[in-house]
Design a protein. Structure first.
Length: 278
């Protein structure tokens, strides 16, 4: 089985073994478009929002209840430190995001709406890339920046009031989180929701549906080589439907409310053949 996974401690045992024929794609998100458009791999890491969109379009893919990457998102919307924004005053502001369908952006817009009453339809969203699905088109409230633009450059030039960034968020003293006390706010949010904000999970081609349990168990066993989380710490790579249900309940709602899927997807259906092409 051809597989694309980034390098993580919790999948190292798989990558060092002979279960899969690994295809290296760096950065891994460059594999997502190919997977949703042509399914060239049997097993593939994928952003959860990309999967929700693919599932809504009937792509022949199934989700495994395996989180590969997650993070608390509260500190990933930033503004200039010399021109700080109040999180409750984002209406009318211009906020950049790599693509409107980026999972980090979906999480943050949902959090801004739920926790801080930000009217998301009153914000001018500015993107610099297309989404992964060929069928996807940005909603009307999204503006495309000129080709070759970089979010950080647009922010420092004053063309944007804030930006949402993922792994490319720089450690730059000229930036500050828009959400005050962002790390404490994220912990408080988690204590209430019990949701680990998923970025990437694992998808398989639908033709391998009868191997779902077997493949999930491989990830469980690989993760055991990293040891158990310390007492009191949060497991940021949970495995299993129930362990991920709080996050999936939220992200399915956010994706629908933000116009990324035409209807809200049922969490249990994400793991079944119901509605998936074969």
């Amino acid at each position: 089985m051809k597989a694309v996974l980034a390098d993580y401690p919790h999948v190292r045992a798989l990558k060092e073994g002979s279960v899969f024929d690994f295809v290296e794609v760096d950065p891994v998100h460059k594999a997502f478009a190919a997977m949703v458009r042509e399914q060239p791999y049997d097993v593939c890491e994928m952003a959860i929002v990309t999967y929700l969109q693919a599932r809504a379009e009937g792509k022949p893919l199934l989700l495994l209840p395996v989180v590969l990457r997650s993070r608390f998102q509260h500190d990933h919307i930033v503004c200039r430190a010399d021109d700080p924004l109040d999180v409750t005053d984002l209406a009318g502001k211009r906020i950049g995001v790599r693509t409107y369908a980026q999972t980090t952006g979906v999480w943050l817009r949902g959090i801004l709406g739920d926790e801080y009453d930000v009217p998301l339809d009153k914000v001018q969203w500015v993107s610099i890339e297309d989404g992964h699905l060929a069928e996807y088109a940005d909603p009307p409230q999204v503006e495309r920046a000129p080709d070759g633009s970089k979010l950080i450059d647009l922010l420092h030039a004053g063309d944007l009031d804030a930006v949402i960034m993922g792994n490319d968020l720089p450690d730059d003293p000229r930036l500050r989180p828009v959400i005050p006390d962002s790390k404490a706010a994220a912990r408080t949010w988690y204590e209430r929701t019990r949701a680990v904000p998923i970025n990437h999970m694992v998808v398989i081609r639908a033709e391998h549906a009868d191997r779902r349990e077997e493949l999930t168990q491989l990830f469980v066993e690989a993760k055991q080589y990293t040891g158990h989380p310390a007492a009191g710490s949060i497991d940021m790579t949970p495995v299993g439907l129930e362990a991920n249900r709080p996050a999936l309940d939220l992200i399915t709602r956010y994706a629908h409310e933000q116009g990324l899927v035409p209807h809200r997807l049922a969490v249990d259906d994400l793991f079944s053949l119901r509605g998936a092409a074969s």
